[in-house]
Write a protein that binds this ligand. Sequence first.
Ligand code: G6P
Length: 612
Amino acid sequence: MCGIVAYVGEKEAYPIIIKGLKRLEYRGYDSAGVALLNGDINLYKVKGKVSKLEDFAANKPKTSTIGIGHTRWATHGPPNDENAHPHMSGNENIALIHNGIIENYDSLKKELITRGHTFKSETDTEVLVHLIEDIQENEKVDLETATRMALHEVVGAYAIVILEKGNPNRLIAARNSSPLVIGVGEDEFFVASDATPIVEYTKNVIYLEDEQVAVIEKGKEVKVTNIANQKVTPYIEELELNLEAIEKGGYEHFMLKEIYEQPQSIRNSMLGRLNVKNGKIVMGGIEEFESKFMNASRIIFVACGTSWHSALVGEYMIEDLARIPVEVEYASEFRYRNPIINEKDIVIAISQSGETADTLAALEIAKQKGATIYGICNVVGSSIARATDGGSYTHAGPEIGVASTKAFTAQITILALMALSLAEKKGSITKSRYQNLVNQLDTIPNLVEKVLKTNDQIKYLADLYKDAHNFLYLGRGYNFPVALEGALKLKEISYIHAEGYPAAEMKHGPIALIDENMPVVAIATRKGSYQKVVSNIQEVKARNGKIIGIVTEGDEAVKEMADYVIEIPETEEFLDPLITVIPLQLLAYHIAVMRGCNVDQPRNLAKSVTVE
Ligand code: G6P
């Protein structure tokens, strides 16, 4: 959600923080702020993007070698200047930035008000900084101790960084359920909510664990303690991220770059796992838990958003090939509905960021109930990746555009590999089908490249339909989750209402909406339920709906009925989602651009949802 960047060292802090905030702007972008210490604390914060903050601070004093900065995604209180971070203590000695939610902020606030504190904002964060100040003053303790004591009173999730007047070389940081990374440079330190602002300065990082407090002081080693004040030896690891991967590389938007990266990101997901020559699939996590998978009574996927859609594809794949019963749950529902889980269940979290609060909480519940927990994550070292017993990274590379694209296809690639590997181990697939699917999977990156060549056609369609108020997306079987994903992409970035539906369900409701103004995107590739989708298209046509067909090259039947078709290469139905989703991503992208929407940072959305 919110983005955190802090610096202490020899250099000017402000430009480093601003650059870092821009790199993190995909996390939250409704307001931005910075606090710089140079004798006094200079605090600049505004509603709006980081560029607005730069304008605001342009002619103000910024000299400082220590500072903290923040981009906000509002939870408590609307986006405005006051609610923007950093927040200051009443005596203006402490400035604090925070990512997460303090759940008991209301009762803490009431108590602090009775003790004479007054608040300028509506945020939970301001309560925390006042609480620290209150403890510091009443208990006569230093900032580190006061912070630890305050965190004992706090219920909720937090990643915080604090600076204090009179301490120009020292930052205090702490985390619980919200990620925080410390970059260790030469005589300088960086702190951020993920590694993207750090990577250009140092590759040495410390990932703080839950309930840890770090004292980060120039010229000293990072001191880490747990909330009970026991010393912990921090583990310095090397980042695998590179700078190129987090820049736009000539594309107008990250989303477009990420759509075009898919041939490579799908290849990367298969790399070292799929050996077409000998037909072997080797996935470390699956090998490690082979007997658990072979004896699993069920696989339960928990996920949110786009990752939930790939989980649905995973359900079709694993049940179809490996014949293991699969359930797919919204993590947010699963965690609160007292699910029945047993030790023979394998609960698999799918998450691009590996930080989604609901998904993480769902996993914890599954763990408590004795299930084996597995992760399919993109971000290496993320909270979900570290909470699981085992897992498979998707290796899609950093995804910056808020609307997920390459992470989706990477997740499906992993699920395809899993389904094939499990089926082969179980003997639930014939050798020839297995080999055929392995061969086909290997060709997918080339097929995706081909589909990307339909871009101009899709741009043309986008222009025709950009003013529609509603869209319907239809698909069956493996392409039903793709219909959901296509509709989600359009909603997220163009703000057009769109619904995805299993094609046959249309007649149980959405058909009532169809008229000459309703574009219907029908995924009608030649495999699987082709004939049935064709019938559904006829039902739409009979009511004057506009059909955009996603069809297999050379298709004639749909071409005759549809207003427009996008032809894509043929593959096995099992692998269809990897290529049918591409035109839908491009359609959403071009419509959003033509409508003047901010594609990479759509309103109200955040890339990584670290609050429930
Ligand atoms: C947010 C993002 C979506 C993403 C979802 C789940 O809503 O905007 O793009 O699909 O979270 O995120 P995860 O990181 O768990 O895949």
